[in-house]
Ligand binder design. Sequence first.
Ligand code: HEM
Ligand code: SF4
Ligand code: SF4
Length: 527
Amino acid sequence: MARGALERVESAFDVAFTPALNPLYRLGALGWFLYWTVAVTGIYLYAFFDTGVEDAYASVHRITHVQWYAGGVMRSLHRYGSDALVLVVLLHLLREYLLDRMRGARWFAWCTGVPLLWLIFAAGVSGYWVVWDELAQYVAVATSEWLDTLGLFGEPIARNFLHPSTLSSRFFTLMAYIHIFVPLALLFAMWIHLQRLSRPRANPPRALALGTLATLLAVSIARPAVSHPPADLARVPGAVELDWFYLFPLPLLDHVPGLVLWAALAGLTLLLLAVPFLPPRGRRTPAAQVDLDNCNGCGRCVADCPFDAVRLDPRSDGAAFAEEARVDADLCVRCGLCVGACPSATPFRRRSRLSPGIDLPELPVAALRDQVVGAAAAIEGPVRILVFGCRHGVGLEQVARTGAGCIALPCIGHLPPSFIDFLITRGLVEGVLLTGCREGDCHFRRGTDWTAQRIDARRDPYLRRRVPRERVACVWLGTDGERRLREEIERFGARLSETEAVRRRPAPAARDGKGARASAEEGRHGG
Ligand code: HEM
Ligand code: SF4
Ligand code: SF4
């Protein structure tokens, strides 16, 4: 239900922003963009900030009011960029969870994402200390008393805030440095977070980045971030305006003992870390497998694997090639994009056994060819369309109602383009329609991108030019797109019926026993 709601919101965003600029498909990249926004504005502020307890407040006051046109705007961008980071990262977490993108080999990104939450909060909370206004005083006292409940420090930290004379400039400067050190640790942890993804999208599209910056600027100008009155440890601060994005645990401390709140947060963290390993675990299929007899070490599988699960190693079988592909089964998510990339995964091959350089044991290329030929032979009607879909995009149950045939793949990127060539040039069907997850949001990160590029002949292995492009259609839809898929198939059929190929097509009786059956035979005995 939650997933359905997410998809409806995403569809609305697709309309408002276009799929290419839909921020919900770019939350991780937006997180990076916001991090850099906060880092750059932070460096600017630091240049004018005084880290001494006496002067900190005055320096922030100068930055905000005297230099309002630059420093003031920077301060507001720093504040609102940090708030937006929390929002974006929580949405990112929720989305990866709802779309189930953290199981199996994908546990790494999830589990390295969890500590990022702690670091983001530590960076944000320490930022509120350094302004040294009444809010800073409240945050410093509340967080240090809370930290003291852990009993980790010989001297309670809260003692530093008992009286103006107990707070030394050295301690205050240390707090300011924590606010520099924690974001640097966050940057390192963010880098680790992406280590198992190939070509991670850490930059949002330019228009989305500019739009985000413009929105932050507009909020900064409409509602500049300003300080509370200066801190005074001799008296209790008056009412303070909390930043709920970062400071939400502090009011809870008035009602819940500090240790209980630590235990609750530690429990939540452990639960989050366990999420990828909790039921439902799903069926575990074997990882992609390399067949050295058919691998020439061309490296296309390495270039297309979205999870860095294939690498090239020196040749081990004495064959006349320098390298060979090798799959790390622990990193493989069984998407099949490597199969779609392998030049030897072609149904045209005439061998006793159709075995490509790399294959998915769950749906080997030889079995796929049999399926394809069989499905094509079973299609009736004047215009035969075969639909290839993936298991994560739109459901294919409704395809039969249109009279088209259909084949489900782990990911649309699993399909080698030569299959389309085979189907069309052998006259097995009039048209091939490919469908997969929404544009820009492939479940396996790159399946829809690579497929579109292979069809447009922008990526190897590409669909040969002899295949008329009007005979191939791509439709990227979410799981709620069944009606649209039916309409697209019907529209595609109507377009195809206008083409020369369909007008010249022999009548069904004359066809029987030729193309489809011959290829079915070929499929059974290897090609
Ligand atoms: C500073 C905070 C974070 C940033 C900047 C960030 C950034 C990113 C980026 C850029 C990607 C790659 C997107 C792509 O190319 O497909 C990504 C993927 C991912 N992130 Fe984060 N992330 C953050 C926090 C988190 C958190 C808190 C979690 C969850 C606990 C999380 C879970 C994931 C998962 C599961 C993936 C997807 C891996 C896959 O597709 O297999 N991230 N993140
Ligand atoms: S794409 Fe195929 S032939 Fe090329 S290295 Fe990978 S498995 Fe070998
Ligand atoms: S199936 Fe192939 S492309 Fe997909 S993760 Fe495994 S090795 Fe990489």
